[in-house]
Ligand binder design. Sequence first.
Ligand code: GUN
Length: 285
Amino acid sequence: MAARLIDGKQIAASLLANVKERIDERERRGRPRPSLAVILIGDDPASAVYVRNKTEACRQVGVVSVSHIRKTAPSEAELLALITELNEDASINGILLQLPLPPPLRPELFIEHILPAKDVDGFHPYNMGRLAVRRPALRPCTPAGVMTLLHHTGGSLRGLHAVVVGASNHVGRPMGLELLLAGCTVTTCHRFTTDLRAHVASADILIAAAGKPALIPGDWIKEGAIVIDIGMNRLANGRLVGDIDFAEAQKRAAWITPVPGGVGPMTVATLLANTLEAATLQSAR
Ligand code: GUN
């Protein structure tokens, strides 16, 4: 039987509609609209597209976006000074530093300089640590968006074996923490994992986040699994594909996300939800 599609586009649209409703409601109570500062450094075309999608989503829900675009990279000191300014600006609720940064700029230096309360990406070690100790504050957007997709499949996640392929700081690692928090038994696979196939074959929930096209053949997947593909790989012919062979995987899985139209829109919608949450928490102080 063919898998049911998890429609990330539609689920993201309903999350955005909910965020807009809550922002409109706040406005009726005289609260200012939440605001998001977006920093884009360099000329990476994919980053420019992501930032455009994020600012368009801000417009859609009524978040004020303030762009800081620097085509030529600033010095470390200049970028730190910009972040300090945004940290201290009470009219800014969220700060998003689009990654990757052009070398030699070191992302961790700047991520750690963002005030945790304004870290709407959830990348600051404080926010990652809060997730690790089961007291989540601002959660990394892609893993949180994946959890929303998983909950839409309707079943309990408790006790399921979740296998995450990829152990990056911003996706694979927090993804494992989210699944653990939801009561899954979690395995994280990475470049040194031996016998990836055996791990994939034992997954009730398979999450691919390696960024390698065709890394996971569809016939490795357990019958009835929930399959989430976070990979977004642009092929030479211009096609966008995930890490999993979709056509074959679809024949075995119970649920599957498409690429594009699966996880991608959820990352953006979760960013907007985080921006509203940051604004709400800041005004409660
Ligand atoms: N680059 C690719 N994805 C992301 C993301 O979710 N946040 C940031 N800041 N940069 C990215």
